[in-house]
Design a binder for this molecule. Structure first.
Ligand SMILES: Cc1cc2nc3c(=O)[nH]c(=O)nc-3n(C[C@H](O)[C@H](O)[C@H](O)COP(=O)(O)O)c2cc1C
Length: 399
C-alpha cells in the first residue's frame, strides 16, 4: 500500500513520525514531535539500517513490506542501540528469524543485555565493508556521538552517510522528508536544540568523528531523526563543526529566576542596556517558564550569558540550580558571563553563580550586582553598567 520513499533506486526511507510523545527521552519537550528514521537497501541482499521506537513498529513493518514484499531481510545494521532506534530489534528478529544483526564490539553486549540476543550477529570493525551486491556498506566507529557503541555506515555506491543521531533534529517529517522539500530555517533551531541537549556534551568526540569522515564524498546524510540532507550537506556539517567547537555568535542569553519580580527587574534593566548598546540578539528566558533545553540551545548559539537568581534557602533558586548544573555537567565552553542576584537577609546567589562561572571557565564580565530587597537606583545603575560591559566585551570580538 505505501508508496516507497526513494533516496535512490534501491535505497528507501521507512521511518515513522511521533506526534504523541510529549517529552523525548522523557525530558525534552517536543512540541513539533520527532521522526524515527530507518532505511532499507534492497539489493541482492537486503539491509535495514537502524530501526524505530517500538510504539510504531506495526506501521514500520508495513512500510518495509511495501518495498521488499516477502523477501527476507539479510542484515539489520545497528548504528546506535538507544531504544528510539533499537527498540524494535527483537520484533524484527522474530519477523525475520534469519536476519543477521550487524554491530561493533560495543553493540553486541548491549544486544545481549537488552534483548538476550547473542546469535546471528556480525561484528564489524572500523573500516570493514559489507557487500550487498551493487552496494557496499562501510563502517566507521564514532564512539560517544552519542553512546559508546555509536557508529555510522557509509554506502559508497550512492555516497549516502547513514549517520545515526549525528545531524539529527527534533520535528516530525511533515510530508517533506528531504531538505530540498521545505525551508531549511524550519529545522535549524530544532536541530541546534537537538544537538546541544542530546549530543552537546560530546564536542570532542564529534570533532573526532568529523575528522574521520572528512574525506568521504557525501551526496546524502540520512540521520536517525529529522530530514534527509542532500541540499544543505555543507551547511549541516559546518554547524556541527561550529557547535562542537563551542563557537558562538554575538548575542546575549539572559536567563533569570524570579519569584516576586525583583530579580526579573534587574535582568530586564541589563537586557535593555544591551539593546541600547547595539546588541541585536537578546534572548530573555524566565527559567521557571522556558524549558532548559531552549535556554541551552540559545546558549550554544550566543556568546554572552547573563544569569540572575534570588537567594533561596541559602542556595540558588531551584530552577536556576537545575539549569546551571546542566551547563556544568555538559561542560559548555567559551562564554562571557554577567551575574545578578537578589536577597532579603543574607545573599548567596551571586557567590554561587560566580563559582559556577569559574567552574565553567567562562569569562566573568563587569561587576556582578546583588541587591537587597527591592531594586533601588544605585543597583539599577549597576545593572546598566553591567549591560554596557557585556555589550563592550562582545563588540571587542567584532574586530
Ligand atoms: C522560599 C524562599 C526562600 C528564601 N531564602 C532566602 C535566603 O536564604 N536568603 C535570603 O537572603 N533571602 C531569601 N529569600 C528572599 C529572596 O531572596 C528575596 O525576597 C528576593 O528579593 C526575591 O527575589 P525575586 O523577587 O526575584 O523572587 C527567600 C525567599 C523565599 C520565597
Amino acid at each position: 500500500m505505501y508508496k516507497p520513499v526513494k533516496l535512490t533506486d534501491d535505497v528507501f526511507y521507512v521511518g515513522v513520525n511521533d506526534r504523541r510523545t510529549h517529552l523525548f527521552e522523557n525530558i525534552w519537550p517536543i512540541e513539533r514531535g520527532v521522526a524515527y528514521n530507518s532505511y532499507v537497501i534492497a539489493d541482492e541482499k537486503v539491509a535495514l539500517i537502524d530501526s524505530v521506537e517500538i510504539g510504531q513498529v506495526e506501521k514500520y513493518l508495513k512500510k518495509i513490506k511495501a518495498i521488499i514484499g516477502d523477501r527476507p531481510i539479510d542484515y539489520l545494521v545497528v548504528n546506535h542501540m538507544e531504544p528510539d532506534h533499537g527498540g524494535s530489534i527483537d520484533i524484527i528478529r522474530k519477523m525475520y528469524p534469519e536476519i543477521q544483526i550487524v554491530g561493533n564490539k560495543k553493540t553486541l553486549p548491549m544486544l545481549e543485555g537488552y534483548f538476550g540476543i547473542s546469535d546471528n550477529t556480525l561484528e564489524i570493525k572500523e573500516g570493514d565493508c559489507l557487500h550487498l551486491g551493487k552496494h557496499t556498506l562501510n563502517f566507521y566507529l564514532v564512539p560517544m556521538v552519542h553512546w559508546p557503541e555509536t557508529m555510522v555506515t557509509y554506502e559508497s555506491k550512492e555516497q549516502i552517510l547513514f549517520s545515526a543521531d549525528a545531524f539529527g533534529s527534533f520535528g516530525t517529517l511533515d510530508g517533506a522528508i528531504f531538505d530540498d522539500e521545505f525551508e531549511f530555517e524550519y529545522y535549524r533551531d530544532e536541530m541546534r536544540r537537538y544537538y546541544s541537549n542530546i549530543v552537546g556534551k560530546y564536542g570532542s568526540p564529534v570533532q573526532k568523528a568529523l575528522d574521520k569522515l572528512a574525506n568521504l564524498d557525501i551526496k546524502m546524510i540520512a540521520s536517525t531523526h529529522g530530514p534527509i540532507w542532500r541540499k544543505y550537506i555543507k551547511e549541516v556539517i559546518n554547524y556541527y563543526d561550529k557547535w562542537s567547537k563551542y563557537e558562538t555568535e554575538e548575542g546575549v542569553v539572559v536567563a533569570y529566576a524570579s519569584m516576586y519580580g525583583n530579580t526579573e527587574e534587574m535582568a530586564e534593566a541589563v537586557a535593555r542596556e544591551l539593546a541600547e548598546n547595539g546588541i541585536k540578539h537578546i534572548r530573555v528566558h524566565d527559567v521557571s517558564k522556558s524549558h532548559a533545553s531552549f535556554i541551552i540551545s540559545d546558549i550554544f548559539k550566543y556568546r554572552g550569558v547573563i544569569l540572575a537568581s534570588p537567594t533561596y534557602c541559602n542556595e540558588l533558586h531551584p530552577n536556576m540550580e537545575a539549569l546551571t548544573s546542566k551547563l556544568v555537567h555538559m561542560g559548555v565552553q567559551n562564554h562571557y558571563l554577567g551575574i545578578l542576584g537578589s536577597f532579603s537577609w543574607s545573599g548567596a546567589a551571586v557567590k554561587k553563580l560566580t563559582a559556577i562561572g569559574e567552574q565553567l571557565k567562562w569569562e566573568i564580565v563587569g561587576e556582578s550586582v546583588e541587591e537587597k530587597h527591592a531594586l533601588k537606583s544605585n543597583k539599577y545603575d549597576a545593572c546598566l553598567k553591567l549591560g554596557t560591559a557585556m555589550a563592550d566585551r562582545l563588540k571587542q570580538d567584532r574586530k
